[in-house]
Design a protein around this ligand. Structure first.
Ligand code: GDP
Length: 326
């Protein structure tokens, strides 16, 4: 049975990936920070399908120890702080949790491969944010790396280090993930903030949504599709853009989300506030995932409208559940 070590397993994409790995017969080990909880889907009766290892990404000796104990066939490194906006408030924390652990895990994976003489695959959840404000659209694996936020810079460090370890013989891949969303997305991200706001407005609990830059354009995909790409990336050693190739503005997202509850003039419920504007924000991020399609046979399965509809419906269900309880 192949063994996987997943960091970020309590997060959106890590939890989808763990479910996928379990379904495909992998033995799954997850790094879980003390106080964090696995989603119900990963907690079975008695022994759950996932072996939990309590540890913190910033604790390098502990990470090293876990990796040696688990001796995984593949490391899927998705953990770290992920909010671009927050990275401006806590840049040092982003260096410590988003950049540094990639070095610890790569070094430990290379040492494991050396010690046991068998291939160790490493997949890093890199990010479109490494491209900063790209000069070309859509972006590919050869677009210049030029981050414009502390988060992007932290991811770019890990991205470059993956390349260095690949050169030195590790089966290491970067999945350059474009925005990927689902009902498990925290409300610190604009998509979930909007779908939750729309659901609350539809149920009469709120009257407006306060947002920042409505003109920003993003390539939004369905997170479980991205988990599938990350799993497949463990079979190659490459850099791969994972994206839908379709972009929409934040304004489009708002409109589509309100349409999902039968409201046509959704923008009338939106207020803009400087507080949610960023010091620098890529006006547009759009990915070309042809390489992932060619090498991994991967393509996205969920359209923008369907993604928005699923997220709004999930938020309506949460609110209806809460209202039924009270
Ligand atoms: P990111 O692309 O990884 O930073 O994902 P986000 O969902 O946080 O942001 C996507 C885009 O939405 C960015 O261009 C933000 O500037 C824009 N945006 C506009 N209003 C908001 C808001 O209220 N919250 C967040 N998080 N983003 C917003």
């Amino acid at each position: 049975m192949a063994r996987a070590l997943v960091t970020g397993i309590t997060g959106q994409t890590g939890s989808y990936l763990a479910e996928l790995l379990v379904a495909r017969g992998w033995q799954v080990h997850g790094l879980v920070r003390a106080g964090d909880e696995l989603p119900d889907s990963l907690i079975g009766a008695g022994d759950g399908p996932v072996v939990e290892h309590i540890g913190d990404l910033v604790d390098a000796p502990r990470l090293d120890e876990i990796l040696r104990d688990v001796a995984p066939d593949a490391v899927f490194h998705l953990g770290g702080l992920t909010s671009v906006a927050e990275s401006w408030e806590r840049p040092v924390d982003f260096a410590l949790t988003t950049a540094m652990p990639t070095a610890t895990l790569l070094a430990a994976s290379a040492a494991l491969q050396e010690a046991r003489g068998e291939r160790v695959a490493f997949v890093h959840a890199s990010s479109a944010e490494i491209f900063g404000v790209p000069q070309t659209s859509p972006q590919t694996e050869s677009t210049p790396i030029a981050p414009v936020s502390p988060y992007g810079a932290a991811k770019a460090y890990g991205h470059m280090l993956v390349r260095a370890y690949r050169r030195s013989g590790l089966t290491a891949s970067n999945c350059i993930l474009y925005n990927h969303e689902s009902p498990r997305r925290p409300t610190t991200f604009v998509t979930r903030k909007i779908t939750r706001g729309v659901a609350r407005i539809a149920r009469g609990l709120e009257s407006k949504i306060v947002l920042g830059n409505l003109d920003a354009r993003r390539d939004w995909g369905w997170a479980p599709d991205y988990a599938e790409a990350i799993l497949r990336a463990s079979t190659v050693a490459d850099d791969l853009v994972i994206a839908t190739g379709v972009e929409h503005s934040v304004r489009d997202f708002v409109t589509a989300a309100f349409r999902a509850v039968g409201i046509d003039d959704g923008l009338a419920f939106v207020e803009q506030d400087e507080r949610f504007m960023r010091p620098s924000d890529a006006p547009e991020l759009l990915g070309d995932a042809r390489r992932a399609h060619e090498l991994l046979g991967w393509s996205p399965s969920v359209t923008f409208d369907e993604l928005v509809r699923r997220m709004v419906e999930a938020d309506l269900a949460v609110i209806d559940g809460e209202m039924a309880e009270s």
